[in-house]
Design a protein around this ligand. Structure first.
Ligand SMILES: [Zn+2]
Length: 56
């Protein structure tokens, strides 16, 4: 499982299928070489992101 380092989403994909060094997140629009592969860290990032973007 892979996670977005910005929002913790698993809805990520390569920017270009032939370029495996760059990822894009379809949820927050992140584009970059970094991706989280540790589920525990991914969940933490997701939690923090949702907390920050919670509507009050
Ligand atoms: Zn994201």
């Amino acid at each position: 499982m892979k996670f977005c380092p910005n929002c913790g989403s698993t809805n990520i994909d390569w920017v270009l299928p032939q370029d495996w060094s760059r990822w894009t997140c379809k949820d927050c629009g992140y584009i970059g070489p970094l991706i989280i592969e540790d589920g525990k860290i991914g969940e933490k990032i997701r939690e923090e992101y949702l907390k920050k973007h919670q509507r009050k």
